[in-house]
Write a protein that binds this ligand. Structure first.
Ligand code: 3HC
Length: 309
């Protein structure tokens, strides 16, 4: 006999209403949300590193200001998401320790190097574009605090994507060298951007249950296809070629067919053997340690205020 709480939970999800922090929820639902939200937050924080690499080398004050604003936004997204994880009883310090110890993941995409300034534009266009495809449906995820955090995140992601695309449009109307720099960057970032959506549905250990709980509203392959279909006309408008000879419109399907993703590379990067994994985690560990004094001071101040009250 199913419990009354489970009945209530299932009715809430089936009616597309929001599960809130004080509601009863299955342990598995809570654990899945902590896992996904924490890894989402880690991705935002680690994601500051690749582009942060170009802040001091932006070609103009305008470009520097835009990039600064974007990187600061990512920090804010991370904080919203850690706050959402805390409503599930997760401890932010513990989540950071798990990230640094390699016991929690972050998005594979941030383990690739930003070798030229064109990468700043291509990350905005493709990586933030993929993030928009993946995050807009999360505005309708069944867990209230996560869905609400996504609304503001998605508004800011649109700015991220647009600033990247505008940067590339400028470079593509520039010199031959600038156009070649953009194309070389697209060649490096296209396939890792498709990998952001996760493994194929058939190999996704979490998708089925996450769809039943309406944590996920679409599968990995559905969102990947949506991203490909969105990117092809944008690439044409930009005047770049996407590095996939099998990319072709399939009128029967009403979608673009595309080539096979290198899943060996994907799992290598997810398992820690990507081009920048060690550097990204080491940088995060050092920043966490260098910031210990701030946390200690804030805790001491809060304790003093408590004692004075
Ligand atoms: N990078 C690293 N790990 C990945 C991954 C990726 N691109 N895709 C999947 N994985 C991991 C999963 O975490 C899971 O491992 P776990 O069980 O230990 O957590 C395993 O591979 C199997 O994948 P599943 O498809 O079964 O996992 P999910 O159901 O969690 O789906 C996901 C993966 C689509 C990334 C989903 O977690 C999700 O939608 N997360 C929220 C969005 C998010 O995290 N986006 C990351 C980028 S954030 C960003 O781009 C910021 C922007 O400002 C640039």
């Amino acid at each position: 006999m199913q419990s009354r709480e489970l009945d209530q939970f299932e009715q809430t999800v089936a009616a597309d209403h929001r599960v809130e922090p004080r509601d009863w929820m299955p342990d598995g639902y809570r654990a899945t949300l902590v896992r996904q939200i924490a890894q989402h937050a880690h991705s935002e924080i680690i994601g500051m590193q690749p582009e942060g690499n170009w802040i001091s080398r932006a070609p103009s004050l305008r470009r520097k200001a835009i990039l600064l604003a974007k990187v600061q936004d990512e920090a804010g997204h991370g904080l919203y998401l850690y706050a959402a994880a805390e409503t599930l009883g997760a401890d932010r310090a513990e989540l950071t320790e798990k990230l640094i110890a390699g016991r929690q993941k972050y998005s594979s995409i941030f383990n690739y190097p930003t070798l030229t300034y064109a990468d700043v534009g291509v990350i905005g266009w493709l990586v933030d574009g993929a993030a928009i495809c993946n995050q807009v449906p999360l505005c309708r995820t069944s867990y209230g605090p996560y869905a609400r955090a996504m609304i503001r995140v998605c508004k800011e992601e649109s700015f991220h994507q647009r600033q990247g695309y505008e940067l590339l449009m400028t470079m593509m109307s520039g010199t031959e060298q600038q156009r070649a720099m953009v194309q070389e960057s697209v060649d490096r970032w296209w396939w890792p951007s498709l990998m952001m959506f996760g493994p194929p549905d058939a190999e996704s250990s979490n998708t089925e249950q996450s769809m039943l709980w309406r944590i996920k509203r679409h599968t990995n392959d559905e969102l990947r296809q949506r991203f490909v279909d969105m990117s092809v006309p944008q690439a044409a408008k930009l005047g770049v070629t996407l590095p996939d000879p099998h990319l072709v419109w399939n009128a029967e399907r009403g979608h673009h067919d595309f080539g096979e993703i290198d899943w060996t590379e994907f799992w290598q990067v997810v398992k820690g053997d990507g081009p920048c994994n060690a550097q990204r985690v080491e940088h995060r560990r050092k920043a966490h340690e260098d910031g210990a004094w701030v946390r200690e001071a804030a805790t001491a101040y809060a304790r003093k205020k408590e004692q004075a009250a």
